[in-house]
Design a protein around this ligand. Structure first.
Ligand code: GLN
Length: 532
């Protein structure tokens, strides 16, 4: 590798906070950093065996913003001093979040070609802070799935092994960050779509407290569960990004008025501090049968590290968590069936006219929806419509809502004895593309550990726990905290991350094959030897 290559690789492998420091010290320009990521995208994202994290690359606008930041810094003075700490650090956006001037597809044919007339609140904040937006990332259609294979535009590949899934629904954002195509990304998490992709790609993902980040401009899947959150390579980076995009928003009626402005400070304190006196609850129901041995082994190793740092680890039982998946697959489709009714061939995107017969509004709608929605979206719309129909409402939707309350009570009881809860994020490492595509129930089981947090509105953070022995692929663990205690997640997450990285001798992703040249992406066996 020549000096230039080395320089390039540091520009794309640095954490967002490290890049921010280099930008502030004018050691690098935002244009260089942004261009390096665009080059990386051009190198690894396209083609038949490309990562395919991006559905749209926003080259000109991203470079324009980068140059603007550089000019402000060069001019110095008050404007330079007022720049946001992340100004000039590029970011990728899950294509469920609306952006003016760039397409937003939600991974669906029904929105192909549609341009949002407005920016989501999180995008307004990102633009105000001058982070160059690299583009829009791939997802399962309308965020429904755990593998990105339900995208109408083809799957994303896992940078650790191109024949495997990157998780879902936000596989594009996670893969972009894991493959060094972006230092930061935004995702959305309705049942695990930030945390499970994080786990299977060796990245960090956070679902904030429900209401901590505005949902205005996130295309709704299930409004009572949806939450926008950060995707990154370090816990501190996630904290910085949540601080930037979070906060009260009058455009979102469920937005909290709390300020979440101590998250980065909490992450910094955690990385430096001890865990003496912290009470950690291991949720008995989130482990055991169905969890891969290597995922459990890395989880147990992490518990030992936490104990070594002074934390008290106790087992807690949340008996109603076993009904969480069942309740979610009634509540979520019910809300989906209502939220997706607006895609009718009249207001947005695609319009398909019936081939023959009368040209009525109902028939245009039916033809558009038949052609525009994929199988998974149709499955959930039908399921939700059924669950909400008059004769069944109490039996299905009503019961599921009662279970939701029981799950909230389980959390309350568990948090009465502990400060945080902990579990594996996903039951397995990344599975091969295609393996679960025809088996919806097997696909749904990926979220068995992440869904309780969405049902209760509590925040969850996933970080890499190591490489599972069986396949040398990354596993993840999640930390859960009471609602509004997001700062606690970042403190404990950063502490654990520091302990794990001391053991690994650096970040887990440094061992990832994606660090290498395109030809090496996916060859994991040798590079990963000895790393756990
Ligand atoms: N994988 C889950 C589902 O298919 C979660 C999706 C999400 O969080 N957006 O519903």
């Amino acid at each position: 590798m020549g000096t230039n290559d080395k320089q390039l690789s540091e520009l794309i492998t640095s954490s967002a906070s490290a890049l921010a420091a280099k930008l502030a010290a004018t050691e690098v320009s935002s244009e260089e950093v942004t261009q390096a990521h665009l080059d990386r995208i051009a190198e690894v994202d396209g083609g038949e065996r490309g990562v395919h994290a991006f559905l749209h690359v926003n080259t000109e606008e991203a470079l324009g913003v980068a140059r603007e930041v550089d000019a402000i810094r060069a001019a110095g003075g008050d404007d330079a001093a007022a720049l946001h700490p992340l100004a000039g650090v590029p970011i990728a956006i899950k294509d469920l979040i609306v952006t003016k001037g760039q397409p937003t597809t939600a991974g669906s044919r029904i929105l192909e070609g549609w341009m949002s007339p407005y920016d989501a609140t999180v995008i307004k904040k990102i633009r105000a802070a001058k982070l160059p937006i690299l583009g829009k990332t791939n997802l399962d259609e309308f965020a429904m799935g755990s593998s990105t294979e339900h995208s109408a535009f083809g799957p994303t590949r896992n940078p650790w092994d191109l024949d495997r899934i990157p998780g879902g629904s936000g596989g594009g954002s996670a893969a972009a960050v894991a493959a060094f195509e972006a230092p930061l990304a935004l995702g959305t998490d309705t049942g695990g779509s930030i945390r499970q992709p994080g786990a299977v790609t060796g990245t960090v993902g956070v679902k904030p407290t429900y209401g901590a980040v505005s949902r205005y401009g996130a295309i709704a899947m299930a409004s009572s569960l949806d939450q926008i959150g950060p995707v990154s390579r370090t816990v501190l980076d996630a904290a910085l990004l949540q601080e930037l995009v979070g906060g009260h928003d009058p455009y979102d009626s469920t937005s909290l008025t709390d300020s979440f402005d101590t998250l980065a400070a909490a992450a910094r304190a955690g990385a430096a501090g001890s865990l003496e006196g912290l009470r950690i609850g291991v949720v008995k129901e989130l482990g055991g049968e169905g969890y891969q041995a290597g995922v459990e082994a890395r989880f147990r190793d992490a518990l030992e590290l936490l104990k070594g740092a002074g934390a008290q680890v106790v087992e807690v039982s949340c008996p109603n968590f076993k009904y969480a998946l069942g309740a979610y697959y009634l509540i979520m489709p019910s809300e989906v069936s209502s939220n997706l009714a607006k895609f009718d061939g009249v207001r947005y995107g695609l319009r398909v006219l019936p081939q023959d017969g009368p040209m009525t509004i109902e028939r245009v709608m039916a033809a558009t929806r038949a052609a525009g929605f994929g199988d998974e979206a149709k499955r959930r719309i039908i399921l939700g419509t059924y669950a909400l129909s008059a004769g069944y409402y109490d039996a299905y939707y009503g019961s599921a809502q009662k279970v939701r309350t029981l799950i909230q009570r389980d959390f309350d009881a568990a948090f009465a004895q502990t400060d945080v809860l902990i579990s594996p994020t996903a039951p397995t490492t990344a599975f091969p593309l295609g393996e679960k595509l025809d088996d919806p129930l097997a696909m749904y089981l990926n979220d068995v550990a992440t869904i309780p947090a969405n049902l209760a509105g509590v925040p969850g953070l996933s970080l890499p726990s190591g490489l599972a022995d069986e396949d040398g692929l990354p596993a993840g663990l999640q930390i859960l905290a009471p609602a509004r205690e997001d700062a606690r997640l970042y403190r404990v997450g950063a502490a654990l991350e520091a302990l794990l990285e001391a053991q690994w001798g650096g970040p887990l992703l440094a061992k990832a094959p994606a660090l290498g040249a395109r030809a090496n992406v996916g060859q994991s066996a040798e590079t990963n030897a000895g790393v756990k």
